[in-house]
Design a protein around this ligand. Structure first.
Ligand code: MG
Length: 278
């Protein structure tokens, strides 16, 4: 797990590398973000980013508890399960640990955090997501956001009642509709995707993507290894000045190029047909 302001040593594995950096930013006194990476065997990586909710007393505790609990629970799941399944279960376990602490410790009552985590193995990516931290896939120079922000403003964009540009400055852009630790059972998105050589995955907190445009993040990652890429993103945001904490975690994939996505079933096709933008 990263301490504030330090970089994880790039975890080397054949064809795969992962790193994470978190930084307090230029204006705050405390870092309520937390992150970690774990590389298992030759080709499996787990990465996680959490951003404690600052309106709660224990934002810093919530994000650190969530990251630590997630990795502990992931390691504790049977290795016979697919990494994505282990991750999905581990996020619920992390939720329980944050929730329990918030119930038992009066000073931490109501604490919560965002949590976005990924497991990648054998060309299969699974991400589990709650809140407004983000996962991007960088492929062919293009940043593709794979997660949906669970915020009031983003929900309004998806409902078609708020424009994407206005949402960027909307007062509700950081008001979360879902977070980890608020309730005993957490509703979490699961995202799956085929990935392969040449792809990079970026997990980041809102402190980073609110300061840097997608295209800027893509060009800062281009040609850099995972650790240097994380550091370049955080440095660029700090140079601009930011009122929030900053976190980036990058997983770079080697090996063969991604296989095509499996043909979508009828249910998925119908969902796509009726889904609105965002
Ligand atoms: Mg933040």
């Amino acid at each position: 797990m990263s301490a504030p302001g330090t970089a994880e040593p790039a975890a080397a594995a054949p064809g795969l590398e992962a790193a994470a950096v978190t930084d307090v930013g230029t204006e705050r006194e405390h870092n309520e973000d937390a992150c970690a990476v774990l590389v298992e065997g030759g080709d499996c990586a787990v990465a996680v980013v959490a951003d404690g909710v600052s309106s709660s007393a224990g934002g810093e505790v919530a994000s650190r508890t969530a990251v630590e609990a997630l990795l502990r629970a992931y390691r504790g799941e049977p290795p016979s399960l697919a990494p994505g399944q282990r991750l999905y279960r581990a996020v619920q376990q992390a939720n329980i640990e944050v929730y329990d602490k918030s119930v038992v410790v009066p000073e931490l009552r109501g604490m919560a955090t965002t949590l976005t985590a990924l497991a990648v193995a054998g060309g299969e990516l699974t991400a589990v997501h709650v809140g407004d931290s983000r996962l991007y896939l960088l492929r062919g120079g293009e940043m593709i956001q794979l997660t949906k922000d669970h915020t009031v403003a983003a929900e309004k964009v998806r409902l078609g009642i708020l424009g994407r540009e206005r949402a960027r400055a909307h007062p509700d852009r950081s008001v979360l509709t879902r977070s980890l630790g608020r309730e005993l059972i957490v509703s979490r998105d699961r995202i799956t995707r085929r990935v392969g050589g040449g792809d990079a995955l970026l997990l980041c907190s809102d402190g980073l993507y609110n300061v840097l445009a997608d295209a800027e993040m893509a060009s800062l990652l281009e040609g850099r290894d995972a650790a240097a890429g994380c550091r370049a993103l955080v440095d660029a945001a700090n140079q601009r000045g930011t009122g929030d904490n900053l976190t980036a975690s990058v997983v770079r994939l080697g090996g063969p190029p991604p296989e095509p996505e499996p043909a979508a079933g009828i249910a998925a096709a119908l969902r796509g047909l009726f889904r609105r933008g965002g």
